[in-house]
Design a protein around this ligand. Structure first.
Ligand SMILES: C[S@@+](CC[C@H](N)C(=O)[O-])C[C@H]1O[C@@H](n2cnc3c(N)ncnc32)[C@H](O)[C@@H]1O
Length: 272
């Protein structure tokens, strides 16, 4: 299993510490995933990021009868959005206690009715405290790539879903088995991950975990467009901040690595 030398504790430390930096250029509200561009979004990154939410919610058929677990909910933006716009109940879990506290703080200012339907809890997606068959939907954005034991995460998603329940998620994939030094430095080591899965073998892993794959989309071109736009946004926000300038540079390299098929992005919808 690909996993590099990073531990879950490294990932937790990273997400406990980096929030304010990302809010300066990615999304001031704190969401942290990529976007799908179309004629309605134009080149607007936040619209593209919101567009991914819409696409996933529609594919998964989430409505007011749904009970959802958001695996790696981060600052809770999408969980709150899903409950607000699609009427579901939702539990957001994340490894980072800082992000869970941020999510709870964002929820605190919302209506009593919304607060009845949304909860946040610190947990790893590889060892969920929830009981078997607790949810109609498992949702995840930009999180599984951090998980070394992806089979364990898929097993856990399967376990907590009811029979017939839907797992919808996006994740990074590795189209090429060998990657360049540049990809190691600016993609894999920088993002603290590695993976054995390409677009097809990910689907084999989902089937091995017991899922029926309903829908699979290779979104790599949108990942490249997301990083091209994020490079501009980080550069524009950088001022004297060397860390942001370095990020903007890394994002440009990331675009090249995506174009070289050294990293890609996919979305899957599956049924238990
Ligand atoms: C790129 S952020 C995405 C956050 C959120 N889904 C969003 O779209 O804004 C990745 C998140 O995954 C969380 N994460 C990483 N590994 C995890 C694990 N094993 N269990 C739960 N959360 C994890 C991180 O703490 C971080 O909040």
């Amino acid at each position: 299993m690909g996993g590099g030398s990073f531990t879950e504790a490294d990932t937790e430390r990273f997400y406990d510490s980096q929030d304010s930096h990302y809010r300066t250029f990615w999304d001031s509200e704190g969401s942290l995933h990529w976007g799908v561009f179309d004629e309605r979004t134009g080149n607007d990154f936040l619209k593209a990021s919101a567009n991914l939410n819409e696409i996933m919610a529609q594919k998964a058929l989430i409505d007011e009868k749904s009970t959802v677990i958001d695996l790696g909910c981060g600052n809770g933006n999408t969980s709150i959005w899903l409950a607000e716009t699609h009427g579901c109940e939702i539990l957001g879990v994340d490894l980072s206690g800082v992000r869970i506290d941020n999510a709870a703080a964002a929820l605190a200012s919302r209506s009593h009715e919304l607060r009845q339907r949304v909860r946040f809890e610190k947990a790893s997606v590889t060892a969920l405290p929830q009981e078997e068959a607790s949810f109609s939907h498992a949702w995840s954005q930009a999180t599984f790539y951090h998980v070394h034991d992806k089979a364990a995460a898929l097993r856990e998603a399967y376990r907590v879903l009811r029979p017939g329940g839907i797992l919808i998620f996006d994740d990074l994939i590795k189209p090429a088995s060998e990657v360049s030094e540049m990809a190691r430095e600016y993609v894999y080591n920088r993002l603290l991950f590695d993976t054995d899965y390409d677009f097809e073998s990910y689907q084999d892993a989902l089937r091995a975990a017991g899922f029926e794959v309903l829908d699979a989309a290779d979104l790599s071109e949108h990942l490249a467009r997301s990083y091209a736009r994020l490079a501009e946004l980080a550069d524009g926000a950088s001022g004297d901040d060397g860390h942001l300038r370095a990020l903007a540079f890394a994002y440009q390299k990331m675009v090249t690595c995506i174009e070289n098929d050294e990293v890609g992005w996919a979305m899957y919808a599956c049924r238990k």
